[in-house]
Design a protein around this ligand. Structure first.
Ligand code: SF4
Length: 387
C-alpha cells in the first residue's frame, strides 16, 4: 500500500514559493521535456559530472542522482569520483558546504537552488556559539577538568553551517551524523567531562539517553537567546549533556498521539522513527535510527510486516513503493512531513544548472571561505573516522 500525501500545510506552501528565481525559458516546461533534457545534459557532461541526491529529495530530481543517501553516506561518496569537475548536490545548503570542504581543489560544488536551506541549521549562529563558549568559560565549565580531560567537548550535528563546524573543529570537537551519533558521543566522553551538543537538542537527548543511558536530569538545554543560556552555573556543572535549543521543524511534527492512532488502526504495526523526533516519540516507538538504518530495517523485515515510519515523506513514499506488495509502509503523520526547503530543488532548477554547465557556465557554486576550511576539514575528518 503506497502512502499518498496530497496536502501541504500553509507554511509549506508559503516556503515553496521562496525558491530561487529562474530564467523565463525554464518555467512551465512539461515533466517529459525536463526529463529528456536533463538526461541529455547529463550524458553530454559525462564523467565531468556527479549528482548527489539526499533521501528527502523529490522523485523527479533524485532519479538523476549518481549516488543517493543521507548526509554521511553522500559525504563519503565525494572521494570516489575525483575525475568529476562538477558536484551537483541535490540537497540543502549545509550539505553542499561539507562537500566543498571534502572535495578536491579542482572540483566545484553546485546547489541547484540557493534558497534550499535548513531551518535546524539556521538555529545555530556562529556569534551565538562564540558567546556560549565564552560564557561556559566564565562559568569555569570549559577549563581542563583533570586526568587530561576537557571540561566540555563541542559536538555539532552535520546539519549546521560551515562556520559552526570550523569553530567546533578548532576547539577539539567533531561533527556527527544521525548514523554515527552514538559512537561520536562515546568518542567525546573519552576526551571530556561533558558535551556541548548542537544544534538539534532531540538527537543529542535521544542518543545520550537511549544509547548511552545518561539520565534526563543530567542534561540541560542551552537557550542561545538567554544570558548564560538561561541556566545557573551549578546546573551546567552537574550536566553531562548541554543541549543547544534547536530542532528540526519537520521531525518535531511527529507525536505520541499519532503512534497511538496508527496502533489502533493497524494492529501489529511497528513504528520506526528518526532520532530528530522528540524524546517521548522515540520512547513510544518500537525502533529508531538514521534514514539508512530505517531503510535497512524495513527492507530486512519479514514479508507481511506493517510499518509506520516517522521521517520525511519522500523517503517514506519511496520505501513504501519499493517494498510493496510484500510489506506495508505508511507515514506516521497521515498528512506527511515534508521538508519544504529540500523541496525547493526542482527539476527546473536542475535542468537550468546542467544546461548552463554544458555551455561552460557555472551557477550557484558553494564555496566555504578559506579561513573556515582548515578547521572544517579537521572536524569532518574526525567525523569520517568515527564509526
Ligand atoms: S528535514 Fe529538518 S533537518 Fe533535514 S534538511 Fe529539512 S529542516 Fe533540515
Amino acid at each position: 500500500m503506497a502512502t499518498i500525501i496530497p496536502l501541504l500545510t500553509d507554511f509549506e506552501k508559503k516556503s515553496i514559493g521562496e525558491r530561487q528565481a529562474l530564467p523565463e525559458k525554464y518555467l512551465g516546461l512539461s515533466d517529459v521535456e525536463m526529463d529528456v533534457r536533463i538526461a541529455a545534459a547529463r550524458e553530454t557532461l559525462g564523467e565531468k559530472l556527479v549528482i548527489l541526491g539526499h533521501h528527502y529529495q523529490r522523485d523527479e530530481v533524485i532519479r538523476f542522482a549518481d549516488f543517493t543517501g543521507d548526509s554521511f553516506k553522500l559525504s563519503r561518496q565525494i572521494a570516489t569520483r575525483p575525475e568529476a569537475d562538477y558536484i551537483v548536490f541535490c540537497g540543502v545548503h549545509f550539505m553542499a558546504e561539507s562537500a566543498d570542504v571534502l572535495c578536491h581543489p579542482h572540483q566545484q560544488v553546485i546547489l541547484p537552488d540557493l534558497a534550499a536551506g535548513c531551518s535546524m541549521s539556521d538555529m545555530a549562529d556562529p556569534d551565538q556559539l562564540a558567546t556560549c563558549w565564552e560564557e561556559l568559560q566564565q562559568m569555569g565549565i570549559s577549563d581542563v577538568a583533570g586526568a587530561g580531560k576537557a571540561g566540555v567537548v563541542p559536538v555539532t550535528y552535520i546539519n549546521s553551517a560551515a562556520s559552526i563546524k570550523a569553530f567546533i573543529g578548532e576547539r577539539g570537537g567533531t561533527v556527527c551524523t544521525s548514523g554515527n551519533a552514538e559512537a561520536t558521543l562515546r568518542w567525546a566522553f573519552a576526551r571530556g567531562e561533558r558535551i556541548l551538543f548542537l544544534p538539534d537538542q532531540h538527537l543529542g537527548r535521544n542518543t545520550a539517553y537511549y544509547k548511552l543511558g545518561i539520565p534526563l536530569d543530567e542534561m540541560v538545554v542551552w537557550d542561545p537567546n538567554e544570558i548564560f543560556g538561561g541556566l545557573e552555573p551549578e546546573q551546567v556543572r552537574r550536566a553531562k549533556m548541554i543541549l543547544w535549543k534547536g530542532h528540526c521543524s519537520v521531525h518535531e511534527r511527529f507525536t505520541v498521539a499519532q503512534i497511538e492512532a496508527v496502533r489502533k488502526q493497524h494492529p501489529g504495526i511497528r513504528v520506526i522513527v528518526h532520532p530528530e523526533v522528540p524524546w517521548a516519540v522515540v520512547n513510544a516507538a518500537d525502533d529508531n535510527g538514521s534514514t539508512e538504518y530505517i531503510l535497512k530495517t524495513v527492507r530486512n523485515s519479514p514479508e507481511g510486516s506493517i510499518w509506520a515510519v516517522g521521517t520525511e515523506v519522500h523517503l517514506v513514499n519511496r520505501l513504501a513503493n519499493e517494498v510493496a506488495p510484500g510489506k506495508t509502509v505508511i507515514s506516521l503523520d497521515q498528512f506527511g512531513c515534508l521538508c519544504s526547503t529540500m523541496f525547493r530543488v526542482s527539476p527546473n532548477h536542475l535542468l537550468w544548472i546542467l544546461e548552463e554547465l554544458v555551455e561552460g557556465r557555472v551557477h550557484n557554486r558553494i564555496v566555504v571561505p578559506d579561513d573556515q576550511k582548515h578547521w572544517n576539514r579537521v572536524a569532518l575528518d574526525r567525523m569520517l573516522s568515527i564509526q
